[in-house]
Design a protein around this ligand. Sequence first.
Ligand SMILES: Nc1ncnc2c1ncn2[C@@H]1O[C@H](COP(=O)(O)OP(=O)(O)O)[C@@H](O)[C@H]1O
Ligand SMILES: [Mg+2]
Length: 365
Amino acid sequence: MKAWIGLMSGTSMDGIDAILVSFERQQIRVHATHTIDYPDDIRQRLSNLSQNRGTPDDFGELDHTTGSLFALAASSVIEKSGFPATSIAAIGSHGQTLRHQPDGSTPFSIQVGDPTLIAERTGITTVADFRRRDLAAGGQGAPLVPAFHKAFFSAVGEDRCILNLGGIANITHLPANDGAPVTGFDTGPANALMDAWCLDQTGRAYDKDGAWADEGIVDQSLLGDMLSEAYFSRQPPKSTGTERFNLEWLKVLLNRHPDLPGADVQRTLLELTAVTVAQQIPPAKGMTVFVCGGGAKNKVLMRELQRTCSPLRIASTAELGLDPQWVEPTAFAWLASQTLSGKSGNLPEVTGASGERILGAVYYA
Ligand SMILES: Nc1ncnc2c1ncn2[C@@H]1O[C@H](COP(=O)(O)OP(=O)(O)O)[C@@H](O)[C@H]1O
Ligand SMILES: [Mg+2]
């Protein structure tokens, strides 16, 4: 049995999720998981650099520091599993996105987390830099998880939607009809703005269980201003990140609503996620929406999604056999296995690339 490691850290910049899994036909077997939270200073420096505040030296140092943490996350998950390192076929490492600018004449996507350090310190072949080949082929370089969703979560005769609530929210529609194309794109912000506002106003990195948002009420006027953002009405393929949806974006809008209580802003941001997801989800009758990502733990967001997406059923990916926290890391373990078998990892109908591509760069053990 071949085992694979997936390492994921998303736009929330909360930390690194590591999983050790094996794939047997359509089945995923989870052998061990490990999470490393970013220390506050690293998170702050990453956040600064992601907002273009930093130098090439900051970039180099953070590439090294996060690479070391990714390597540590991989070693820790191996240790927990009790597997010998020799039984691990490869590590798929997403890296930490700093900037994602897929549109315009000079598209790019930048991740840090030096993969040479991961390969060197673990002695395991590491696949990284998954996004850029898709971008080079004219795609968005994102989202890349839909191919994984299609491989493991689709069911003939049943419309399913996978909704990932990371810093940014992305959806994958898996149509009931086997031959119909899978669609997938970023709908807009999920936790990124809520986290940024929560940190700015309370000093806490995120609003646990949505408790603070629950104290506030939706300000319809602010919500209307937020919804006028052109990204929400753009047709897919499309992807976005914190270079668009960040604290500055919010504060510019708040200039027009100066006296709102902090909790009302938080509640309105939560509503923005619930509404923009509902507006952009394909209206397939009888579809279930399976939620994953850290936002699945936000009880208020889940409650409001039930309302905005009604009559669609909202469920957790746990129903599909994979805990919400581990869907994305598992996807990158699987994408590494695709790369090493010479198989494509992108869905051109999702990213807009001119064709299927073998993704990633391989750093041999
Ligand atoms: N108990 C919780 N209540 C509310 N939000 C939570 C909870 N646990 C995690 N989150 C949110 O999930 C985010 C992390 O989600 P994750 O899927 O790791 O995102 P990313 O892929 O962007 O790293 C946190 O930043 C936080 O906003
Ligand atoms: Mg995360």
